[in-house]
Design a protein around this ligand. Structure first.
Ligand code: PLP
Length: 412
């Protein structure tokens, strides 16, 4: 790899496909290219066998049975299928009632959860959006307080994609099972990084995605519980009735083979990866807070993914900070959409002010992140922040002990 390429610290957006995964996929383009649904010849049988092996690999990673894995195009589709599919299947229309049922989620979920919930509201479902406390953690207690007689579904992500905080998912799942509601979790940032067992963790529906765990893009999975309780969901696509009728369409065999291999590698290597990356992240956070003042790690200090950090830097401007760290590929708290420059809604939900949200970085490490890269990136960030602050009159005022939040900017 060339020296001048930026350092990749955006693994929460997508990961590099593991070369071992690519190698496993290659035969499935030009040699074993049958349609896995073709029952009349060996091209189809061979493809189906490969899909079956991958199903086993994905199931083993999460403690599920192979028949409980439904292949999709990614976690966005899995979330849509789980949330809309479960709500529509279990819609309640008791005589005299107005709504069709109640759903609980949180305001700092991924858009691929929030937008399906919004659509269901337009269809007559009630949705409660829990507001996280400043540590970002959704607890069993919070969900319990929002539970109603007609609650059909709770959808709470396992780990947050921007701040890495870990919600009380097994505890919330247990609550759902006590109350007869279904538990869905968007586990896209969790599965493959942290140990998962859908049985002991009380999960009914779980979304995860290949490209977040060192597999190829465009493949995902939805875990759908088959026993205690048997979960039924309405399909979104009508067609050939693939995937037990829940997701029609010819399977992406090469992608699924890669996803399966990636799951197998995660099963074997995630403990070691997590330990190594936790050390690197700790080193990075310690160096940054030793060298700079007015820095804050967003979200709960401990209850978060080991390989991800989200840090706000006071007295720097977001855009300038991103330009100043051009050698680091990462995400910022500024979600630049074409028309507006809105700060991250996740950070805002935690109560982080607009200024600090704009000047925050999400640094997510991965399987190939080296100690040298971490040190180079850390030095680069320190240098950029110091440089920007050296030109900031507000930082001067801060250093003179003036609390700038108390200044009345209107009067002179
Ligand atoms: C990346 C991500 C998604 C979307 O996954 P795709 O596979 O890209 O559709 C959904 N939820 C979370 C938490 C994510 O991090």
């Amino acid at each position: 790899m060339s020296i001048d390429r930026p350092i990749y610290m955006d693994n929460a957006s997508t990961t590099r496909t593991d070369p071992r995964v690519v190698e496993a996929m290659l035969p499935y383009f030009t040699e074993i290219y049958g349609n896995s649904a073709s029952r009349n010849h060996s091209f189809g049988w061979d493809a189906e066998e490969a899909v079956t092996i991958a199903r086993g690999q994905a199931a083993a990673l999460i403690g599920a049975g192979p028949k409980e894995i439904i292949w999709t195009s990614g976690a966005t589709e899995s979330n849509n299928l789980a949330i809309k599919g479960a709500a529509r299947m279990h819609a309640k229309a008791p005589a005299g009632s107005t709504g069709r049922g109640h759903i609980i989620t949180a305001t700092h979920e991924h858009k691929a959860v929030l937008d399906p919930c919004k659509r269901l509201e337009r269809e007559g479902f009630d949705v409660t959006y829990l507001e996280p406390p400043s540590d970002g953690i959704i607890t069993r207690k919070m969900v319990e307080g929002a539970m109603r007689e007609d609650t059909i579904l709770v959808t709470v992500m396992w780990a947050n994609n921007e701040i890495g905080t870990i919600n009380e998912v097994p505890e919330i799942g247990a609550l759902c099972h006590e109350r007869g509601a279904l538990m869905h979790t968007d586990a896209t940032q969790w599965v493959g990084k942290m140990p998962t067992n859908v049985e002991s963790d009380n999960i009914d529906l779980m979304s995860f995605s290949s490209h977040k765990l060192y597999g190829p893009n465009g493949v995902g999975a939805l875990y759908v519980r088959r026993r205690r309780p048997r979960v039924r969901i309405e399909a979104m696509l009508d067609g050939g009735g693939h995937e037990r009728g829940m997701r029609s369409g010819t399977l992406n065999v090469s992608g699924i083979v890669g996803f399966g291999k990636a799951c197998e590698l995660c099963s074997e290597e995630m403990a070691e990866d997590a330990e190594r990356l936790f050390k690197l992240r700790t080193r990075m956070e310690n160096e940054l807070s030793a060298a700079l003042d007015v820095v804050a790690v967003n979200g709960h200090p401990d209850r978060r993914l080991p390989h991800l950090t989200n840090i706000s830097f006071g007295f720097v401007e977001g855009e300038s900070l991103m330009m100043g760290i051009g050698n680091i590929a990462c995400s910022s708290g500024s979600a630049c959409t074409s028309a507006s420059l809105e700060p991250s809604y996740v950070l805002k939900a935690l109560g982080v002010g607009d200024e600090l949200a704009h000047s925050s970085l999400r640094l997510s490490l991965g399987r190939w992140t080296t100690e040298e890269e971490v040190d180079t990136a850390t030095r680069g960030i320190i240098k950029a922040v110091k440089h920007l602050r050296s030109m900031s009159p507000l930082y001067d005022l801060h250093n003179e002990g003036i609390d700038i939040s108390t200044i009345n900017w209107q009067s002179h």
